[in-house]
Design a protein around this ligand. Sequence first.
Ligand code: R5P
Length: 282
Amino acid sequence: MIVPGSGSQSLAAALSAALDEPLAPVEFERFADGELLARVPEFEGERAVVVAATDSSDAHVELLQLQDAVADRADEVVTVVPYMGYGRQDERFREGEPISARAMARAISTGTDRVLVVNPHEPGVGEFFDVPFTAVDASARLAEPLPDDLREPLFLAPDEGAIDLAATVRDAYGAGATDHFVKHRDRETGAVEMEPSQVDAGGRDVVLVDDIIATGGTMSEAIDQLHGHAVGRVFVTCIHPMLAASARTRLERADIEAVYGTDTLERAVSCVSVAPAVAADL
Ligand code: R5P
């Protein structure tokens, strides 16, 4: 049975359809003191697949509760984390800090037989789990909503870390070049500029590809730089459309064609489902 977290109901439904496994009924409550209660009143079958993005502290608690709610009724509990919160705090950046991704992974491991995380920021977080771990790569799905008539498309990562994602989207699209931005500092003015490291973007349609849009700062800067290079249309794509604070407005105000994200986080731009990629790894 597929057991959805409150923020992952669309993905859980898509997964239920893809796997032909029933969707468990769930109830969510918040008590007067602020505590949460996630309930699974009916459960049938042998395997429980808990599907819950952990994009907030409440969502973390809810995931642990869902695991516990089915633990005594399922032979196997599999946990799918479409978006892993705290995944970017994967090392001790300053003395005295926790490795938050490790703390979260340990907690999640206690209630499950195995874990799947969709496109974690660093695949190395897998080592923090105490149970078998799979990093699901759903990036090829981002080619799906792109128009068929892209002109000399350039699949561009805002930094070197996302170049593999850009290459996967290009391969899935079937045409185009890939590149990533590099930063240059003007020796005279000291001003920092970003531009593609190898490919001249002029006249091309550009598809920006990143794993996450959080504040939208990274993408906005990339879009600004591109418009100085007389590019064609600009499409923004990401796996995890967190779109925190004013990110959606920042992107809306930039001169772009569209923003496409997946349903690892359920937002208005989540037009692509990662369900087929998750189903293939389950
Ligand atoms: C950085 O390494 C990530 O891949 C993203 O580029 C970054 O986390 C996006 O954050 P923001 O939208 O706040 O710039």
